[in-house]
Design a protein around this ligand. Structure first.
Ligand SMILES: [Cu+2]
Length: 153
């Protein structure tokens, strides 16, 4: 017959082991984003990323300085700039292309959706009444050239 002390020990060991099982699931990639503190569509993109498998750290200090620092050319500029696993992500880039980038690991600076196309993630709130602009997700190379990574039209 088990002693109550031994039962208690087994329960404690069980609880100690539990967290290791939950840690076994793949961890979410951390994406750090710089945005203006008053940018609503930036906040919507942040929430969208959290819902789509990312840990998001938002830095509300604006994105113009960091965009220059990270080497993202101004012609691809948008309202927020982010960094994930060493890649620069400019603007309202869909989560699926960020995941594809992290999977394929191309030699590149990162991805950009220039300006703020209506219908892109974070630019798709009720105020836009389902309107969708065509836009391209651009792969930006280290020398600043771009190629189409994915078209949405
Ligand atoms: Cu925006």
């Amino acid at each position: 017959m088990n002693s109550p002390n031994k039962d208690r020990r087994l329960i404690i060991i069980g609880f100690l082991l539990l967290p290791s099982f939950s840690f076994a699931s793949p961890t979410k990639p951390l994406i750090t984003m710089w945005k203006s503190p008053t940018c609503g569509c930036c906040k919507d993109w942040e929430i969208y990323l959290q819902k789509n498998g990312f840990n998001v750290k938002a830095i509300p200090e604006g994105n113009e300085q960091i965009r220059i620092k990270l080497g993202m050319p101004i012609q691809y500029g948008s309202c927020h700039t982010a960094l994930v696993n060493g890649y620069v992500i400019e603007g309202h880039v869909p989560a699926s292309e960020i995941k594809r980038l992290l999977f394929e690991k191309p030699k590149a600076l990162g991805l950009a959706v220039p300006a703020m196309p209506i219908g892109s993630p974070g630019m798709d709130g009720p105020e836009y009444r389902g309107k969708k602009d065509s836009y391209d997700v651009l792969l930006i190379s280290a020398n600043g050239k771009s190629s189409i990574y994915q078209s949405y039209r």
